[in-house]
Design a protein around this ligand. Sequence first.
Ligand SMILES: [Zn+2]
Length: 286
Amino acid sequence: MEEIYETENADHLASSPPARGARQRPRENKNRGLDIRSRVSGKKDPHFVEILPSYMVKVARADIYLKVGGDLDYWADRIIDGSQNGKLLIVDCSQNVEFLEKPTTRIDASMGDIHRQGNPHYWLDPANGAIIAETITAALTRTDPDNGAAYESGLAAFRVRLETKMEEWRRIAEPLRGTEIITYHNSWPYFARAFGIEVVGFVEPQPGIEPTPSHTAQLISMVRSRKIKIIGKEPYFNSRTPESIARQSGALVVELPPSVGGAADATDYFALFDALLSRLVESKGR
Ligand SMILES: [Zn+2]
């Protein structure tokens, strides 16, 4: 196995135990381990990625490309095509995931230009993390059948840890149940469903569209009238509009990293949920 590439924002995938287990086991067997790279840092907007020629050079040597899918990393196709790697196994990590906010008509303007196939931020429900891990395990086993047992045991360990953590997260999230928040981008429907939070508005008038004064004014009056306390902001958005809404409504801007690496404490898939829930619970308690 030479290199495994991950489109990121699936950075969380890179640090998931199936991948980590896969990386460790072959080393014990004195084989070469896996090299997993991400194309986007968790601090950048995964919808918009500048493609550098060096990405194609790296993917030309890779065995697997893990796409987030759901049109989120539409830009990955340019890297894949440019790599001219005929052996590359391209895996859409969303293939077995049930999408939320799927458009019911062919053209639904409310989805904006970047959520056209439904909401692609699906990894933010831990239940989907297990589905993603299965998809990755199958891809690794197909590419490297000799280490299939190691990948399977990595997957099993991941599932056990995820179930344990899910119980802990549900307990931690108890005070958040029914809490109404607004967020900058519509990144959170899966997370909100998993933990009983209500996202009732967005700083962006539509996904990918900059705030407008009239939309912001409507939000301010909604935040005031519903006594909303929390304005979630992904790390890669400008804080000017959220701060202005907060000033005029008494709410608090809370930075919420949607991906691993989006904050110093979001070091892997499990730490990502720890980080998100602790920020929300702490902000709610203020
Ligand atoms: Zn989005």
